[in-house]
Ligand binder design. Structure first.
Ligand SMILES: C[S@@+](CC[C@H](N)C(=O)[O-])C[C@H]1O[C@@H](n2cnc3c(N)ncnc32)[C@H](O)[C@@H]1O
Length: 293
């Protein structure tokens, strides 16, 4: 049984690799936690020390082989359906209506991106809410993308089979309506599953420009340093469609870090929610006129 911990130097080397690959900033106090998580990998790979493991993941071939396990070991994937009931109350009571109103005259299509989706609970919660609240649902074209850097959680998202914890904040009525309970697990019904697609995406890379009417970016910014937070804010701002909404959730570092709030070009609408203006025309001097509705 391996009881050793990473040395400070090994921790720093691995933390640098994690930062280069993901943008996640591992604070020094995570040394013990990371040692514990990687010890399991050493055991699985039959390796005797962290130096050997580092040499392995620091090579192109080794990283490719170990990527999923390594990223699972360094990421926090905590999530569940209807996480933050205040937020989902705002979405069901007010935000869905924003889309019903703004899509009245155009194509009734809604594109959603759950960025850093983990195992899919956030993306599927959004699908459930839209399925329940959009009037004459069959006349709407709703597509939701969930993305993450960890293939392990993406596989879970695609399987859409959940445990008690995942549905602990879901009402019994919704569980009954949208899940099939089998062998102690909750299988999400196809009708909801088919509204969502999952794919690998690193938040540091651009997504389709001007595409998404709604982007969730919750419980992930806190793992990044300021430079990476700014980069991710740029990525989601660019991906948002005119009149779209960005939800960063209750842990909103943008308002509390002045370097980030001055960097943000989206309009602050309410705690955790930002809006992208729509272009309403051009003024006499050719300047675009923008408004957030
Ligand atoms: C705590 S979970 C958040 C899940 C969900 N958004 C929620 O709020 O319930 C954070 C997720 O961010 C993902 N993540 C971390 N760094 C990432 C990056 N650079 N690109 C994409 N996803 C990343 C992790 O793999 C993890 O699944």
């Amino acid at each position: 049984m391996l009881l050793q911990k990473l040395t400070e130097k090994q921790f720093k080397d691995i933390a640098k690799l994690v930062y280069d690959k993901t943008g996640i900033h591992l604070e020094d106090r995570k040394l013990g936690l990371l040692s514990n998580r990687l010890r399991r990998r050493l055991k699985a790979l039959n390796m005797t020390d962290f130096a050997e493991y580092y040499r392995f993941i620091n090579s192109d071939k080794g990283f490719k082989e170990e990527e999923s396990h390594f990223l699972s070991a360094v990421t926090t994937n905590e999530t569940y359906f209807f996480r933050n009931d205040q937020l989902w109350k705002f979405i069901t009571d007010e935000l869905i209506d924003h889309y019903i109103q703004t899509k009245k005259s155009g194509r009734k299509s809604i594109r959603v991106w759950s960025a850093a989706s983990s195992s899919g609970e956030e993306a599927y919660t959004c699908a459930i809410v839209m399925r329940e609240l959009l009037p004459n649902f069959s006349t709407w074209d709703v597509k939701i993308v969930g993305s993450d850097i960890s293939n392990n959680v993406l596989d879970k998202a695609k399987a859409a089979v959940y445990n008690d914890y995942a549905v602990s904040k879901t009402s019994p009525e919704r569980i009954k309506k949208w899940f099939v309970q089998k062998d102690g697990a909750y299988h999400l019904k196809d009708e909801i599953q088919k509204m969502v697609e999952f794919k690998f995406h690193n938040l540091r890379d651009s997504m389709a420009k001007g595409t998404y009417d709604l982007i969730f970016l919750r419980n992930v910014l806190m793992y990044f340093d300021v430079a990476m937070k700014k980069r991710v804010i740029d990525v989601v701002t660019e991906a948002l469609a005119p009149n779209g909404r960005l939800i960063v959730g209750d842990v909103d570092p943008i308002r509390t870090i002045s370097e980030l709030s001055s960097h943000m070009t989206l309009e602050y609408l309410r705690p955790g929610v930002y809006g992208k203006p729509s272009i309403t025309g051009v003024d006499a001097s050719g300047r675009k006129q923008m408004v957030t509705t």
